[in-house]
Design a protein around this ligand. Structure first.
Ligand code: BG6
Length: 488
């Protein structure tokens, strides 16, 4: 038994996370071009069970989106107007005491079509002002270069990341960002949840099944993924060159999966699920395609075209730290009739020991500890939890939001996080997801709220956009002020 009291390291980065496409709004303002997120229509009648599989987008959907007549049906176009309100929002974040803020740069603010001759100065200036304002509050920016918001034009023209030209366009965009923000930003992430390309190829990589040759749509997804691996390694190289001392991380959806039973078939199926989940970070951390995955792709007849430099680049420019999102865990079973429940754009098998959110995501704080131990043991690189939280419906009573359920979710996860740190995990920091209510990535709902700060807006876009501090706001403030010592 240890005699040391568990404590977070002195320089632990407590923080918050949002993404441009879910918060900024102003989708066609100051020269911004349309992104894939701007083509995602709300589907109010969708049932919870169908959320995981509803994210494919057809050519017809994109054509509808581009005729620009029905803005109200595309909630990510309005976000929470962070674009115009970021100063007030940063003041609230600073009041909470956060030390790091994860944001993303909307590629289409900088290059509206992805291949424009020169970058859009208004877009560059917006993020410069944002980062300067963060620094004024001593908030460290943690910046994602690609978070579900690639130029729609690149999806249209190339079927997104399937085409090699998109690598060049992304590397150019990233370098423009590194040059412009080199004195302001040290921490970078390349692709948000790079593994999500398998689950929602359109929002992650601009891929549409209709644009693939018949029978080749799966192969196209792996081709696009390969391009993202190469691009990620290239920009890691360039970031280190342009910004000495910078740190670049990969970002994985940690879909921790347990066997539903100890039947060896369930255990094997689970092992395969977890190996599949690790594939993406393995490439970015270890610098090569894992042999079992290579073989698996071969057996499935998937052939990835590679240029002769690709594997060298991937090998030479691995990431400095491993970041991940963690919301829930799930189980796996070979039984075809095993009861399933939705998770983060997946439909997992239900775990009888866990409660679930209103959207079916199973709440599992111990799973966070397990994830930290597994990731640290596997990579022995610093870890960063860059998304964690629970979507819930909040009720405003006399201007107050009593969200004990949210406090309970975070408290139980912080206890496990602390235990993992105590047991030796090198954890750089933690940014809770949402922090301020934003539009849901998966469902485009506003009513699926993650924030410590409430935003007065409903699913249809009605509301004053006023910001209100929830009870959890004061609780998180205390947690940060005590560096996690007081979780009561
Ligand atoms: C992660 C994404 O998968 O989950 C975020 O990186 C997203 O963009 C978050 O918002 C929560 O998912 P949702 O669908 O509830 O918004």
């Amino acid at each position: 038994m240890s005699t040391h009291n568990p404590v977070f390291p002195d320089n632990f980065l407590w923080g918050a996370a949002i993404a441009a496409n879910q918060s900024e709004g102003a989708w066609n303002v100051d020269g911004k071009g349309p992104s894939v997120a701007d083509a995602v229509q709300a589907k109010p009648k969708l049932s919870v069970k169908d959320y995981a599989g509803h994210m494919a987008i057809s050519d017809e959907n994109v054509a509808d989106a581009l005729n620009g007549l029905k803005d109200l049906e595309y909630p990510k176009r309005r976000g929470i107007d962070f674009y115009h309100r970021y100063k007030g929002d940063l003041a609230l974040f600073a009041e909470m005491g956060i030390k790091v803020l994860r944001v993303s740069i909307a590629w289409t603010r900088i290059f509206p079509t992805g291949e424009d001759k020169s970058p859009n100065e208004a877009g560059l200036k917006f993020y410069e002002d944002l980062f300067i304002e963060m620094r004024r509050y001593n908030i460290e920016p943690l910046v994602t270069l690609s978070h579900y918001e690639m130029p729609l034009v690149l999806s249209e023209k190339y079927n997104g990341w399937v085409h090699r030209n998109v690598v060049d366009a992304f590397v150019r965009f990233s370098n423009v960002c590194f040059e412009r923000y080199k004195d302001l930003v040290l921490y970078w992430l390349t692709f948000n949840e790079i593994d999500s390309i398998i689950r929602h190829p359109f929002t992650t990589a601009g891929i549409r099944e209709e644009k693939s040759t018949e029978g080749k749509s799966e192969e196209d997804i792996y081709q696009a993924l390969h391009h993202q691996f190469v691009a990620s390694a290239m920009v890691t190289r360039d970031c280190h060159k342009v910004i000495p001392g910078s740190k670049v991380g990969c970002m994985l959806t940690k879909l921790t999966t347990y066997p539903r039973t100890c039947h060896p078939d369930d255990v094997e199926a689970t092992l395969k699920k977890n190996l599949e989940n690790y594939f993406y970070s393995d490439v970015q951390v270890k610098g090569y395609y894992p042999p079992l995955i290579k073989r698996e792709l071969e057996l499935r007849g998937i052939n990835i075209e590679m240029q002769h430099i690709d594997l060298d680049i991937i090998r030479q420019h691995t990431v400095d730290f491993v970041s991940f999102s963690y919301y829930m865990s799930m189980t796996e079973s070979v039984q075809p009739d095993a009861e399933r429940t939705p998770g983060n754009t997946v439909l997992g098998v239900k775990n009888p020991y866990l409660p679930a959110s209103e959207w079916g995501w199973q709440v599992d704080p111990v799973g966070l500890k397990i994830s930290l131990l597994e990731l640290y043991d596997r990579y022995q690189k610093p870890l960063f939890i860059v998304e964690n939280g629970m979507g819930a419906k909040d009720v405003v009573v006399d201007g107050k939001i009593h969200d004990e359920y949210r406090i309970e979710y975070f408290r139980s996860h912080f206890e496990q996080m602390l235990a993992a740190v105590h047991e030796g995990v090198d954890l750089l920091g933690y940014t809770s997801w949402g922090t301020i209510d934003i539009i849901s990535a998966g469902t485009s709902q506003m009513s699926k709220r993650y924030g410590f700060i409430y935003v007065d807006q409903d699913d249809e876009g009605n509301g004053t956009l006023e910001r209100l501090r929830k009870d959890s706001f004061y609780w998180y403030k205390k947690v940060i002020a005590t560096n996690g010592a007081d979780l009561s």
